[in-house]
Design a protein around this ligand. Structure first.
Ligand code: GDP
Ligand code: IMO
Ligand code: MG
Length: 425
């Protein structure tokens, strides 16, 4: 069974927790897009792990993890993550492969991301990125100016390529951003020092995954970010720079779609968004504060508060369609306990025009006002509930309504951050 797990909102849906649960029944876990802009939280035994680049499956001994060709890899962040995991007794070496074709993220990517965002603060157009250099690294990949893991195998070529790219980057840094630029010697010697250690992990992971699948191994694809942050299908330009939808799993791992059995979408029982961009169902300030506090809605990567709002069935249906979701995991149901009423946006309105589907123009999307339906809330604490039938009736009604609006069955309901706080249907 090969399954892709996709965030069906704006990221931070709780993918890490679900990957950790599904990894038990998988052999190989693959990250295929994004970089260390991701922050996937897994909690068990009073331990909390936040994975940024390494698949969340690493926490299960004996599983093999893969960082696919679609990922952009910052070696400093990567080795820091390896060290943290190994210091906590999680063995990474020997269990992780990095694609030869994955692109390396360099300090100039990070710097350009930071400087561009800072220059836009005063003007309109700031994205609110994680400032990890993701956009500039993917831009270089597409402009064919990127440097890949496999390029490290040939030190002469690597040196020459880095020198040429950095020369141009420094021109931009100096002329546009009035920055002194970066020293080639420093960047080169730092990356040269990573060379051997990185190559120890490097492999043709597309071939590895094909062979694993042929041997009957079960592969779990760990999406990062979410559908509305997808560079093509999200709220462009307020998106990340990769395909966070299902196509990203195929291109970013080099695995054929014919090998995929199921696509699961992860949603929160409400909606959150970190960074800039339109968000029709955003709560008014008081409710925002209540849910932010109760749901601990602070970014796992940047610590920024996440904006919170009602469940938006229009964007979730968009995710169902784009990704062909077969099944859903609904997270953080516990956070909604205690509300007198709960709203779901089932359509949008611009003036008198009703939109049942997500409008592909972000300008139109920014004008959309939600059309809500209102359900009665439940007061009971649900965080200890283990069975569907023990959930309060109003909570079950809410979930049934989500299922009906999304025309997709719910397979998992999460009522707390720990492994045990999960209801399987
Ligand atoms: P990801 O990026 O999709 O993996 O999600 P994050 O890890 O960034 O954010 C999800 C947050 O919600 C983490 O802090 C999780 O520990 C937490 N979480 C996951 N499921 C639940 C749940 O059912 N209830 C509550 N209260 N917290 C949850
Ligand atoms: P996970 O995998 C939520 C958002 C940023 C910003 C936009 C672009 O944990 O769900 P970037 O640094 O990627 O260029 O930023 O995307 N963003 C995320 N939001 N969860 C994430 O990852 C995100 N990764 C990027 O906040 O709005
Ligand atoms: Mg996250």
């Amino acid at each position: 069974m090969n399954r892709i797990l996709i965030g069906a909102q704006w990221g931070d849906e709780g993918k890490g927790k679900i990957i950790d649960l599904l990894a038990q029944k998988s052999d190989v876990i693959v990250r295929y897009q994004g970089g260390n802009n991701a922050g996937h939280t897994v909690k068990f035994d009073d331990e909390k792990f936040i994975l940024h680049l390494i698949p969340s499956g690493i926490l299960h001994p004996g599983k093999i993890c893969v960082i696919g060709n679609g990922v952009v890899l910052d070696p400093a962040a990567f080795f820091e993550e390896v060290d943290v995991l190994e210091s906590k007794g999680i063995r990474v070496r020997g269990r992780l492969l990095i694609s030869d074709a994955a692109h390396l993220l360099f300090p100039y990517h990070k710097l350009m991301d930071q400087l561009r965002e800072e220059s836009l603060v005063k003007k309109k157009g700031m994205i609110g990125t994680t400032k990890k250099g993701i956009g500039p690294c993917y831009a270089d990949k597409m402009a064919r100016l990127g440097i890949r893991i496999s390029d490290l195998r040939n030190p002469g070529y690597f040196k020459e390529r880095l020198a040429a790219v950095l020369k141009e980057r420094n021109e931009i840094l100096r002329k546009i951003y009035k920055h002194p630029g970066l020293s080639f010697q420093e960047v080169f010697s730092r990356y040269n020092s990573y060379r051997k250690r990185l190559l120890d992990f490097a492999a043709d992971t597309s071939l590895y995954l094909y062979q694993a699948s042929r041997k009957g191994k079960s592969i779990l694809f760990e999406g990062a970010q979410g559908t509305m942050l997808d560079v093509d299908h999200g709220t462009y330009p307020y998106v990340t720079s990769s395909n966070a939808t299902v196509g990203g799993a195929i291109a970013g791992s080099g695995v054929s779609p014919t090998l995929i059995d199921k696509v699961m979408g992860v949603v929160k029982a409400y909606t959150t968004r970190v960074g800039e961009g339109p968000f029709p169902t955003q709560f008014p300030p008081k409710l925002m504060e209540t849910i932010q506090t109760k749901g601990e809605e602070y970014g796992s990567t940047t610590g920024r508060p996440r904006r919170c709002g009602w469940f938006d069935a229009v964007i979730a249906r968009h995710a169902v369609r784009i990704n062909g979701l077969d099944e859903l995991a609904v997270m953080k149901l516990d956070v909604l306990s205690g509300l007198s009423e709960i709203k779901i946006a089932r359509a949008y309105r611009i003036g008198s025009k009703i939109y049942r589907d997500y409008p592909s123009s972000t300008f139109d999307f920014s004008k959309c006002r939600p059309v809500y339906e209102t359900l009665r809330g439940w007061q009971e604490d649900v965080s200890g509930i283990q069975r569907w039938k023990d959930l309060p009736e109003r909570a079950r009604c809410y979930l049934k309504r989500l299922e009906a609006l999304l025309e997709t069955p719910i397979k998992i309901v999460s009522v707390g951050s720990k492994r045990a706080q999960t209801i399987f249907l």
